[in-house]
Design a binder for this molecule. Structure first.
Ligand SMILES: Nc1ncnc2c1ncn2[C@@H]1O[C@H](COP(=O)(O)OP(=O)(O)O)[C@@H](O)[C@H]1O
Ligand SMILES: [Mg+2]
Length: 223
């Protein structure tokens, strides 16, 4: 059973308790897990095993059939929708493979938007790490897929989220760029004492995380 002691001492960022979910078939049952500051958790599993659904559940986007998710000690699916929105805006960063940028704007304007929304600062060092400092003036439509993905990651990190949820974030990138992007994300986690859930099918990338789970046979198995 959850007790507020999970969040005492301030090291726990997220606690998921006894989570089960089904759509047409049961995806998983009775998953319990937690994420601490500076911790990186990788989730592997074949296509259709429910990785994205689990990430959606943990990241405020999908209420599970049963079970609870606690962030900052609060049962997130018991919150008023305005509170949940606030949590999503200020506390959580979601990076998906398909990026969501505003096409009519430049790369810089896209990043600026998130800065304005959350009252944060654009970190020059982050732009360098992601190797986008020289393309900031370009329109989104003039950028390559890899550049667009890196701009969208800069936009998410600029909000200064405490928990990053990344769903195959480098799936569309070549290997070298993919590793640079992950370096930038890992460095962010360390510097800001944030936490990361990373869905990936790259086992080498998973090995750089602190914990590896595989979603299989309706369970989350620690590897
Ligand atoms: N919103 C939804 N409505 C109905 N079925 C869904 C929905 N989202 C996912 N599914 C189904 O749940 C299963 C697991 O999907 P998903 O969580 O995307 O798995 P993974 O990310 O591991 O490939 C799939 O069969 C998918 O079709
Ligand atoms: Mg998926």
């Amino acid at each position: 059973m959850f007790s507020s002691s999970h969040f005492k001492g301030g090291d726990t960022l997220l606690y998921g308790e006894d989570i089960s979910h089904s759509f047409d078939y049961t995806l998983f049952k009775n998953i319990t897990l937690s994420l601490s500051k500076k911790e990186k958790i990788a989730i592997l599993g074949i296509s259709g095993s429910g990785k994205s659904s689990l990430l959606h559940i943990l990241s405020t986007l999908l209420k599970p059939n049963s079970g609870k998710v606690f962030i900052e000690g609060r049962d997130i699916y018991a919150l008023k929708s305005s509170e949940l929105l606030k949590l999503r805006r200020y506390y959580i960063g979601i990076i998906f493979q398909a990026h969501y940028l505003f096409n009519g704007f430049s790369a810089y304007e896209n990043i600026e938007l998130s800065q304005i929304l959350t009252n944060s600062k654009i970190d020059e060092n982050l732009l360098k790490l992601l190797r986008i400092e020289d393309i900031l003036e370009k329109k989104v439509t003039e950028l390559s897929g890899g550049q667009q993905q890196r701009v969208s990651i800069a936009r998410v990190l600029t909000k200064n989220p405490k928990i990053i949820f990344a769903d195959e974030p480098t799936g569309n990138l070549d290997r070298v760029t993919a590793y640079d992007v992950m370096d930038a994300i890992f460095e962010y986690i360390e510097d800001k004492s944030a936490g990361l859930f990373l869905v990936t099918h790259d086992e080498n990338l998973a090995k750089r995380c602190d914990k590896i789970y595989r979603l299989e046979d309706e369970k989350l198995k620690a590897l």
